[in-house]
Design a protein around this ligand. Sequence first.
Ligand SMILES: [Zn+2]
Length: 179
Amino acid sequence: MGRNTAADAASALRLLNSPDMRQNPEHGPRERRAPSSTPGAPLNISVVDYVTRQVGQIVDYTVSVTPQPKPLPERLEDVYDWCIEQTGEADDTERRRRDTLIETHALEHAIRLGETDEVCKHPCPRCGCWGLEWDHGGNRALCLNRRCRTPDGSASTWTPARLAGQKVRRTEIWRRNAT
Ligand SMILES: [Zn+2]
Protein backbone atom coordinates (compact mmCIF):
# COMPACT_ATOMS: atom_id res chain seq x y z
CA MET A 1 0.00 0.00 0.00
CA GLY A 2 0.54 2.88 0.00
CA ARG A 3 1.53 6.02 1.51
CA ASN A 4 -1.09 7.37 -0.89
CA THR A 5 -3.88 5.61 0.91
CA ALA A 6 -2.39 6.68 4.23
CA ALA A 7 -2.26 10.27 2.97
CA ASP A 8 -5.90 10.07 1.86
CA ALA A 9 -6.91 8.69 5.22
CA ALA A 10 -4.89 11.40 6.97
CA SER A 11 -6.40 14.33 5.08
CA ALA A 12 -9.90 12.96 5.62
CA LEU A 13 -9.18 12.53 9.32
CA ARG A 14 -7.96 16.13 9.49
CA LEU A 15 -11.27 17.27 7.99
CA LEU A 16 -13.29 15.09 10.33
CA ASN A 17 -11.36 16.44 13.28
CA SER A 18 -11.81 20.08 12.21
CA PRO A 19 -13.74 22.37 14.59
CA ASP A 20 -16.54 22.66 12.05
CA MET A 21 -17.12 18.93 12.03
CA ARG A 22 -16.55 18.45 15.72
CA GLN A 23 -19.06 21.11 16.69
CA ASN A 24 -21.65 19.91 14.21
CA PRO A 25 -21.80 16.21 14.86
CA GLU A 26 -24.77 15.96 12.53
CA HIS A 27 -22.51 16.64 9.55
CA GLY A 28 -21.86 14.08 6.92
CA PRO A 29 -23.82 11.12 5.68
CA ARG A 30 -26.18 11.13 8.62
CA GLU A 31 -28.07 14.02 7.06
CA ARG A 32 -28.69 12.01 3.96
CA ARG A 33 -29.81 8.82 5.58
CA ALA A 34 -33.08 7.50 4.31
CA PRO A 35 -35.96 8.24 6.72
CA SER A 36 -36.65 4.52 6.95
CA SER A 37 -33.18 3.72 8.19
CA THR A 38 -32.85 2.08 11.53
CA PRO A 39 -31.25 4.01 14.36
CA GLY A 40 -28.30 2.49 16.11
CA ALA A 41 -26.20 1.96 12.99
CA PRO A 42 -22.50 2.84 13.43
CA LEU A 43 -23.00 6.16 11.62
CA ASN A 44 -25.22 7.37 14.45
CA ILE A 45 -22.33 8.08 16.78
CA SER A 46 -20.96 11.58 16.81
CA VAL A 47 -17.98 12.67 14.76
CA VAL A 48 -15.87 13.04 17.89
CA ASP A 49 -16.61 9.49 18.99
CA TYR A 50 -15.94 8.27 15.50
CA VAL A 51 -12.53 9.98 15.30
CA THR A 52 -11.57 8.71 18.77
CA ARG A 53 -12.56 5.17 17.87
CA GLN A 54 -10.67 5.19 14.56
CA VAL A 55 -7.50 6.59 16.11
CA GLY A 56 -7.83 4.01 18.88
CA GLN A 57 -7.85 1.23 16.29
CA ILE A 58 -4.60 2.51 14.78
CA VAL A 59 -2.96 2.82 18.20
CA ASP A 60 -4.12 -0.69 19.21
CA TYR A 61 -2.76 -2.17 16.03
CA THR A 62 0.58 -0.34 16.38
CA VAL A 63 1.04 -1.45 19.99
CA SER A 64 0.20 -5.04 19.05
CA VAL A 65 3.14 -5.04 16.63
CA THR A 66 5.48 -2.68 18.48
CA PRO A 67 4.66 -2.76 22.22
CA GLN A 68 6.62 0.42 22.96
CA PRO A 69 6.18 2.80 20.06
CA LYS A 70 7.34 6.39 20.02
CA PRO A 71 4.87 8.90 21.49
CA LEU A 72 1.88 9.78 19.36
CA PRO A 73 2.39 12.64 16.91
CA GLU A 74 1.11 16.07 17.84
CA ARG A 75 -1.23 16.35 14.89
CA LEU A 76 -3.92 13.73 15.00
CA GLU A 77 -3.85 13.08 11.25
CA ASP A 78 -0.17 12.10 11.43
CA VAL A 79 -1.23 8.92 13.23
CA TYR A 80 -1.14 6.93 9.96
CA ASP A 81 2.44 7.89 9.13
CA TRP A 82 3.35 7.23 12.76
CA CYS A 83 1.77 3.78 12.55
CA ILE A 84 3.64 2.89 9.35
CA GLU A 85 6.95 4.11 10.81
CA GLN A 86 6.48 2.32 14.10
CA THR A 87 5.57 -0.99 12.43
CA GLY A 88 8.38 -1.09 9.87
CA GLU A 89 9.42 -4.51 11.17
CA ALA A 90 5.98 -6.03 10.75
CA ASP A 91 5.82 -9.43 9.03
CA ASP A 92 3.65 -10.04 5.96
CA THR A 93 0.55 -10.94 7.94
CA GLU A 94 0.86 -7.93 10.19
CA ARG A 95 1.56 -5.68 7.25
CA ARG A 96 -1.52 -6.96 5.45
CA ARG A 97 -3.55 -6.26 8.59
CA ARG A 98 -2.17 -2.72 8.69
CA ASP A 99 -2.79 -2.08 4.99
CA THR A 100 -6.35 -3.34 5.32
CA LEU A 101 -6.94 -1.20 8.40
CA ILE A 102 -5.71 2.00 6.74
CA GLU A 103 -7.53 1.16 3.51
CA THR A 104 -10.71 0.63 5.55
CA HIS A 105 -10.25 3.96 7.31
CA ALA A 106 -9.73 5.82 4.01
CA LEU A 107 -13.02 4.41 2.77
CA GLU A 108 -14.92 4.90 6.02
CA HIS A 109 -13.70 8.50 6.35
CA ALA A 110 -14.77 9.27 2.77
CA ILE A 111 -18.23 7.82 3.40
CA ARG A 112 -18.44 9.74 6.63
CA LEU A 113 -17.63 12.94 4.72
CA GLY A 114 -20.41 12.20 2.24
CA GLU A 115 -18.15 10.91 -0.55
CA THR A 116 -20.10 7.70 -0.86
CA ASP A 117 -19.14 7.31 -4.53
CA GLU A 118 -15.86 5.92 -3.23
CA VAL A 119 -17.51 2.50 -2.99
CA CYS A 120 -17.96 2.56 -6.79
CA LYS A 121 -14.19 2.14 -7.09
CA HIS A 122 -14.51 -1.38 -5.72
CA PRO A 123 -15.88 -4.37 -7.65
CA CYS A 124 -18.50 -6.51 -5.94
CA PRO A 125 -16.66 -9.32 -4.10
CA ARG A 126 -19.34 -11.82 -5.18
CA CYS A 127 -20.10 -11.11 -8.87
CA GLY A 128 -17.16 -8.88 -9.79
CA CYS A 129 -19.44 -6.17 -11.20
CA TRP A 130 -18.50 -2.52 -10.82
CA GLY A 131 -21.95 -1.62 -9.68
CA LEU A 132 -21.81 -1.00 -5.96
CA GLU A 133 -23.79 1.76 -4.36
CA TRP A 134 -23.68 3.01 -0.77
CA ASP A 135 -26.87 2.16 1.09
CA HIS A 136 -27.25 4.83 3.76
CA GLY A 137 -30.02 2.98 5.53
CA GLY A 138 -28.19 -0.32 5.64
CA ASN A 139 -24.85 1.36 6.23
CA ARG A 140 -23.23 -1.01 3.73
CA ALA A 141 -22.32 -1.10 0.04
CA LEU A 142 -25.06 -2.71 -2.02
CA CYS A 143 -24.55 -4.57 -5.32
CA LEU A 144 -27.03 -3.37 -7.94
CA ASN A 145 -26.72 -6.50 -10.08
CA ARG A 146 -30.09 -8.19 -9.61
CA ARG A 147 -28.65 -11.62 -10.30
CA CYS A 148 -26.04 -11.21 -7.58
CA ARG A 149 -27.60 -12.87 -4.54
CA THR A 150 -26.52 -14.48 -1.32
CA PRO A 151 -27.29 -18.21 -0.94
CA ASP A 152 -30.51 -17.27 0.87
CA GLY A 153 -31.61 -14.96 -1.94
CA SER A 154 -30.85 -11.54 -0.48
CA ALA A 155 -29.02 -8.79 -2.30
CA SER A 156 -25.26 -8.72 -1.76
CA THR A 157 -24.07 -6.08 0.69
CA TRP A 158 -20.57 -5.37 1.98
CA THR A 159 -18.90 -3.49 4.78
CA PRO A 160 -16.10 -1.01 4.00
CA ALA A 161 -13.69 -3.38 5.75
CA ARG A 162 -14.63 -6.22 3.37
CA LEU A 163 -14.07 -4.02 0.31
CA ALA A 164 -10.79 -2.74 1.70
CA GLY A 165 -9.60 -6.30 2.40
CA GLN A 166 -10.43 -7.29 -1.15
CA LYS A 167 -8.48 -4.33 -2.52
CA VAL A 168 -5.40 -5.17 -0.47
CA ARG A 169 -5.51 -8.82 -1.64
CA ARG A 170 -6.02 -7.84 -5.28
CA THR A 171 -3.11 -5.40 -5.12
CA GLU A 172 -0.90 -8.12 -3.65
CA ILE A 173 -1.81 -10.61 -6.39
CA TRP A 174 -1.29 -7.99 -9.05
CA ARG A 175 2.11 -7.10 -7.62
CA ARG A 176 3.16 -10.74 -7.39
CA ASN A 177 2.20 -11.36 -11.01
CA ALA A 178 3.96 -8.24 -12.16
CA THR A 179 7.36 -9.34 -10.89
ZN1 LIG B 1 -22.54 -8.37 -7.00
